[in-house]
Design a protein around this ligand. Structure first.
Ligand SMILES: [Zn+2]
Length: 223
């Protein structure tokens, strides 16, 4: 899950639906949770559900989501507590994406592992054929994610043949069109030049580091 920096609200909203394009321009046309590219059905998602006291019109409480993540999440969380959120946590460090198309906690580390698992369950990110949580016919997230895996792996072969900046930039553009940032990051995990190109091309990817080059932990974050 790509960590993002939403920045300050660009507008005051009378209806939360009006925030959709501002969010998509700031964060890219991807679901904040499953990272699927969505061009026409993105929904403004309230992190803390409105019926659990979540602010209905506050930019701070918005992310952008595909229909599937939004529907599965519904009002099943009562606050941000106990979960990981891409606008607060270094979510890219908390989940592992494997070639078998499985998303699972990256760290076997008490509360972070627990929060990562809770987040996966909240959004149904463990839905895949053959797993314990079978996808519905309508839920295409796993199929498009699998496609991103295939394209990313072919791109890695191209990179190994010609590892220069033009190729890094071209692969980043392909990733931008394909979506699923975390899949690309995983496939290119040993290629920092390409990872840097991904961070540049996906809008407002959070990547602030401290003096030891470790990712800065934001206020309230678990990781
Ligand atoms: Zn989604």
């Amino acid at each position: 899950m790509r960590p993002v920096d939403k920045g300050k609200s660009p507008n005051v909203y009378k209806n939360w639906k009006d925030a959709r394009n501002d969010l998509a321009i700031r964060l890219g046309w991807y679901c904040s949770y499953c990272e699927m590219p969505v061009s026409n059905m993105l929904e403004v998602e309230h992190i803390v559900p409105r019926n659990h006291g979540g602010a209905p019109l506050s930019w701070e409480n918005f992310l952008i989501s595909c229909k599937y993540c939004n529907t599965i999440k519904s009002d099943n969380n009562t606050s941000r507590d106990g979960y990981l959120w891409p606008d607060r946590d270094n979510t890219d460090l908390a989940f592992n994406y494997s070639e078998k198309n499985i998303i699972e906690p990256e760290q076997e580390n008490g509360f972070i592992e627990k929060a990562a698992n809770a987040t996966i369950k909240l959004l149904g990110l463990d839905r895949r054929p053959g797993g314990t949580n079978e996808p519905t016919d309508a839920d295409t997230r796993w199929i498009l994610r699998l496609q991103a895996w295939l394209i990313a792996k072919l791109s890695l072969e191209n990179w190994k043949k010609l590892p220069d900046q033009n190729m890094a930039d071209q692969i980043a553009k392909t990733a931008f069109g394909t979506g699923f940032y975390s899949v690309w990051k995983k496939v290119f995990e040993n290629e920092p030049q390409v990872i840097d190109a991904f961070i540049k091309v996906f809008p407002n990817t959070y990547n602030e580091k401290d003096e030891h080059l470790k990712r800065k932990i934001r206020p309230g974050a678990l990781i």
